[in-house]
Design a protein around this ligand. Structure first.
Ligand code: ADP
Ligand code: MG
Length: 273
């Protein structure tokens, strides 16, 4: 039997940890003892001790929020501009890309359309711009045109189209990759049009496509719908012309050439053995 008459004293550390949890201050909980020892050693007063903890909590919170936004953006992979080689695509306007990385176009609810053949880095640039937006505190959603249409059709069948449309309208930056590879049914094209239409002047949209504008009818079906969609999308738009050789193809050609060269050097060396 336990004696309830004896008052149990809870260590202040335990209470503190509980309060930090309630107040959602995980960095305080993790760091307060260490920072306390440091401050005592350095003769730092209480206000500065608290300030140090608050600053650490703010930095960590920003980091956690960015990580959450990156998870919610559903990027297939994370890519940044650090690994993008502008020399490989001289036709691309580098200064415009660098300017767009500042994300002011997203605040202004403008759009980007990246056009070019397969493998030239359209998705890479889209991912880098999406990542920059997440780091600047903006909500992002990345999807391909085919996946988006599929999801819209599914939501419509399951009577949750309104919820999905709301989510798609509210995200600060919507990235629709690969418009052009898969043609849509009439219903699919209309659902996609509705997404762009709702976002018009309400949110920023980035579209990548392998097709020039005059061929968009081939995926959207109707000329009238394509015209209306392009009208909205291109009203406030930055076009990234990405014409060049496929980076993948160029890289694999370079590898083949290197293998070929090292083979012939070995053969030459063998001749004289
Ligand atoms: P696209 O979307 O135009 O088909 P991707 O962005 O998928 O092309 O590029 C194909 C691959 O080549 C990716 O792994 C991408 O990171 C890489 N890549 C393309 N262009 C470049 C570049 N200029 N610098 C570095 N990597 C690149
Ligand atoms: Mg791509």
């Amino acid at each position: 039997m336990t004696d309830t008459s004896i008052p149990t004293t809870v260590a202040p550390q335990v209470l503190l940890i509980n309060h930090f949890k309630t107040l959602k201050l995980p960095t305080f909980a993790r760091e307060y003892e260490k920072v306390g020892i440091e401050c005592a050693r350095e003769g730092i007063d209480y206000a500065r001790f608290l300030l140090r903890l608050c600053e650490l909590e703010c930095i960590d919170r920003e980091q956690r929020n960015t990580e959450r936004r990156i998870r919610q953006a559903k990027f297939p992979v994370t890519k940044s501009l650090d690994t993008f080689d502008f020399v490989a695509i001289p036709g691309l306007n580098k200064s415009l890309v660098l300017e767009l990385m500042r994300c002011e176009w997203i605040d202004k609810r403008e759009n980007i359309i990246a056009l070019g053949p397969s493998g030239v880095g359209k998705t890479h640039i889209a991912l880098a711009l999406g990542l920059a937006a997440c780091q600047k505190g903006m909500s992002v959603l990345f999807t391909t045109a085919a996946a988006l249409v599929h999801e819209l059709m599914e939501a419509r069948d399951e009577k949750r189209l309104r919820t999905l449309q709301k989510h798609l309208a509210n995200v600060k930056l919507l990235i629709v990759d690969e418009l052009g590879y898969v043609p849509f049914t009439a219903v699919g094209a209309e659902l996609l049009f509705e997404v762009f239409s709702r976002r018009y002047e309400n949110g920023a949209t980035l579209v990548t496509s392998n097709l020039p504008f005059d061929e968009w009818t081939s995926v959207l079906g109707s000329e009238r719908l394509t015209g209306a969609l392009l009208d909205r999308l291109t009203h406030h738009v930055h076009i990234l012309e990405m014409n060049g050789e496929s980076y993948r193809l160029a890289a694999s050609k370079k590898r083949q050439k290197q293998i070929g060269q090292s083979k012939s050097t070995k053969e030459d060396a063998n001749q004289y053995k």
